[in-house]
Design a protein around this ligand. Structure first.
Ligand code: ZN
Length: 383
């Protein structure tokens, strides 16, 4: 398929479906059980690898902006906020979900090592048709790889949204590679004849090049200029029924404004430790800075509870209500999740609080471990 024809075909498909806007088209078509147009995504004969029906169905929903993103649910008044629950950085529309969100980017990067995926950096975030631009002019195989990667991203995103652990990037990559391999085999086996020189194209499940950055922890990121960042973490010991909370507030240069480690006695669960850490952190952040503040923690469950508009019925209702009340006192506080490795400073502080059974605060500093860690580029990437 030539360049710039993809969008035309997509629009024709919509016209053929006798409707105007793609989104309304989707709802009508979806009710009738219609999937992504077969012919346009390599469903025809002679194409090396058509995406399976569930991927085509997903792709159709993505292209017509009919996925239940936070933004779409917010527009339909099903969510109180349109901000991404996973990273908390911005509105979760399809562009954010698949091109910008931390989770999407790590899987895309992992897949780039094994599949010839395009660079996403040139895409315009405010372009409603970003997907069609991305697919334009691509071979069917390349298109299938893009859509299968997005499909998997959506699956991982939903796991987190539904309070399940995020599937590790490595296992997602292995899954996609073997899935693609079996699709190619199924499609090609009846036709492939090694004697004629036509052999199946197999994408490797191991990276083409060893990514040297792979083993290294992902760094903590400084907040945008003129803002501060609060990292909080909880620590819990089941046997002793005690916990700890760690809190660190840093400025836009990565310097510590204040840090605190707390002993929680008693503590009922890891979630309680996380929520206590969040509450303590927000109180500290409100005291120490009036600048816009990003709050980061690595517990998606806690973030979801805090963000949820519904009344919480867990044993921690009071705690959650208090955090919500504190967050509501200022409009420039946003909360989101990050990976554990990006949260190592508050993690150390939480462990210290638990094991030392003491509560301590450091202004402009932290315990030795923490300041050493900050010096070691983890939180002070050299300017
Ligand atoms: Zn996000």
């Amino acid at each position: 398929m030539g360049s710039n024809t993809y969008r035309c075909l997509f629009r024709q498909e919509c016209v053929l479906a006798r409707q105007g806007g793609a989104e309304q088209a989707f709802y009508r078509l979806h009710e009738q059980g219609t999937e992504w147009p077969q012919g346009h995504l390599g469903g025809s004969l002679g194409v090396p690898c058509p995406p399976p029906p569930k991927v085509r169905s997903f792709a159709w929903r993505l292209a017509t902006n009919s996925l239940a993103t936070q933004d779409n649910k917010h527009k339909r008044k099903m969510e109180v906020t349109n901000i991404c629950i996973i990273c908390g950085v911005e509105r979760e529309n399809t562009f954010h979900t698949f091109c910008r969100c931390t989770m999407a980017r790590s899987l895309w990067q992992a897949m780039e090592e094994v599949w010839p995926l395009p660079d996403l950096r040139g895409l315009e975030s405010d372009d409603a048709e970003w997907l069609l631009h991305l697919l334009d002019g691509k071979e069917d195989m390349a298109r299938a790889m893009i859509l299968m990667t997005f499909w998997r991203i959506w699956h991982c995103r939903n796991e987190v949204i539904h309070h399940k652990p995020a599937p590790p990037v490595e296992s997602s990559r292995g899954f996609l590679c073997s899935y693609m391999q079996s699709l190619i085999m199924i499609k090609q086996f009846p036709h492939a004849d090694p004697a004629k020189g036509k052999t199946a194209v197999i994408w490797e499940t191991i990276p083409k090049k060893k990514n040297t950055k792979q083993g290294e922890p992902r760094p903590w990121r400084k907040p945008p200029e003129g803002s501060v960042k609060l990292n909080v973490d909880g620590s819990f010991c089941k046997e002793m029924g005690v916990g700890g909370a760690g809190v660190v507030l840093r400025d836009d240069r990565g310097a510590i404004i204040v840090s605190k480690s707390l002993s929680l006695q008693p503590c009922l669960s890891p979630l309680e430790a996380e929520l206590e850490a969040c509450r303590e952190g927000v109180i500290l952040a409100l005291d120490w800075s009036s600048l816009p503040c990003m709050i980061e923690m690595d517990c998606a469950e806690a973030v979801n509870m805090i963000r949820s508009g519904e009344l919480n019925r867990s044993p921690f209702t009071g705690l959650i209500q208090e955090i919500k009340r504190l967050l509501a006192t200022r409009s420039n506080l946003v909360i989101g999740t990050i990976s554990r490795e990006q949260n190592s400073v508050s993690h150390i502080l939480a462990n210290l609080g638990r094991t030392s059974a003491r509560t301590q605060t450091w202004a402009g500093s932290g315990p030795d471990d923490v300041t050493a860690l900050c010096r070691r580029s983890e939180c002070n990437p050299l300017a």
